[in-house]
Design a protein around this ligand. Structure first.
Ligand SMILES: [Zn+2]
Length: 425
């Protein structure tokens, strides 16, 4: 039998995590416990796509590969999909972090003109080139830590021109960087100072000028809103998401992060693809989400970074049948590019099992940004986006924390990181 020539084989994985059969729908409940592991598994890759996912012996019989990665004793799994980031912004807020250590709350800092508004000021003053340079570095770090697809929200411009500027930066990065960037328009992230006494006026600017322009220039796929007390009310959030839907932008919502405003319920009402944060979501809101199949994007690194001591009730959500996804919430008040940290926190603080956290960080995260058919699992025909971890089994990914366990990163069939790290496990 002549062997077919292919570009790349990843072989002899101690555990090959596949999530076979999960491309159509996000996985929920007990499905999240089954990683569909192949022991001594291999992945055959050609032309950027996955050709076969089998036992190593099977793959070796059928294919002759140009390049081979030997993953003996290691874990091979889908690349991480970071479901929630605020990728493009200027500056940093390390001083505010010190303020918070002294006991000032986020809303206090916000009310005194700090917090997000200082980032808005700096982002407005920055050029596209400056913003792109910085965001590119962020993507490089994300890639080194195994992230192959990332969602990126705008929301630090808050004028028509500055929101467009930030979305154009994200689009440029999607075209020029190996990591895929999926854009979400979040013009309703905060009320800019010039609209302090006229929040409805700002909502009108978002719905009547920003959203149509963003849609027309195809700068985002989704529209998000920060629905929170003293920011945007349920009524205003509904207005923003409906305007987005009318222009073809899928609804997403920052819901019930600091108070129970009813964001989870609104997410179900507008058939949002995801509701994010959900620390204070009511049972009523959660069961509405479960009924409508709204994905919960949970961000435990944000709780850790903000030191609120409160985390979303992921166990309850999984019990109710809500598909759970994870993101870093990378932003100036939660500066981590590393999905492995999100997994570590998800297990320790929300009691996800390692398997559930991995499902949340890959296939369910992919579904939460409309990429479930393309990435997030290792199945025939999908993009060859995968990582090799220098650990013997997937439990280590949750158990060992604060270090980078990723040895290789493959995006679209190409090895884009080869760290050659020591297998300390
Ligand atoms: Zn956010």
């Amino acid at each position: 039998m002549t062997k077919r020539k292919i570009d790349l084989t990843i072989k002899r994985a101690n555990e090959l995590v596949t999530f076979r059969g999960s491309s159509k729908e996000p996985i929920h409940k007990k499905e999240m416990l089954d990683l569909q592991i192949i022991e001594n598994g291999a992945v055959a890759i050609d032309d950027g796509r996955i050709l076969a996912v089998e036992k190593t012996s099977e793959i070796e019989q059928r294919y002759k590969s140009e390049a081979v990665v030997d993953a003996k004793g290691k874990v091979v799994m889908p690349g991480f999909v970071d479901a929630h980031t605020h990728l493009v912004f200027a500056g940093a807020r390390e001083r505010e972090f010190e303020e918070r250590l002294k006991g000032h709350s986020y809303l206090e800092i916000l009310e005194s003109g700090g917090g997000i508004l200082s980032t808005v000021r700096e982002t407005r003053e920055s050029s596209k080139t400056q913003l792109a340079e910085k965001a590119k570095k962020t993507l490089n770090v994300m890639l080194e830590h195994g992230t192959t697809t990332v969602e990126a929200k705008s929301g630090y411009g808050l004028t028509v021109a500055d929101e467009i500027k930030c979305l154009e930066v994200a689009q440029e990065l999607d075209n020029n960087h190996r990591v895929e960037v999926v854009s979400t328009f979040l013009g309703a992230h905060a009320v800019p100072p010039e609209f302090h006494d006229n929040v409805d006026g700002y909502v009108t600017l978002v719905t009547e000028e920003m959203i149509p322009k963003v849609a027309e220039e195809r700068l985002a796929e989704f529209c998000d809103v920060f629905c929170e007390r003293n920011v945007f009310s349920i009524r205003q959030a509904r207005q923003v998401l409906k305007a987005g839907t009318a222009c073809g932008l899928g609804p997403k919502i920052h819901a019930d992060e600091i108070t129970d405003l009813g964001g989870a319920k609104l997410a179900a009402e507008v058939k949002a693809i995801s509701a994010e944060h959900l620390l204070f979501a009511s049972d009523e809101g959660l069961s509405a989400m479960a009924q409508r199949g709204v994905i919960a994007v949970l961000l435990p690194a944000a709780s850790f970074s903000l030191m609120t001591g409160r985390y979303a009730n992921a166990r309850k959500m999984i019990g109710m049948g809500i598909p759970v996804a994870l993101g870093t919430d990378f932003n100036p008040s939660c500066w981590t590019e590393n999905m492995q940290m999100a997994i570590a926190f998800a297990c320790r603080e929300m009691r996800l099992t390692p398997a559930e956290a991995i499902a949340a960080a890959t296939i369910n995260a992919a579904h939460s940004i409309g990429r479930g058919q393309e990435t997030g699992s290792l199945e025939i025909g999908k993009k060859a986006n995968l990582i090799v971890l220098a650990v013997p089994n997937h439990s280590f990914l949750a158990y060992r924390f604060g270090v980078n366990l990723v040895e290789n990163v493959v995006i679209d069939g190409e090895i884009v990181a080869d760290r050659g790290c020591e297998n300390g496990s």
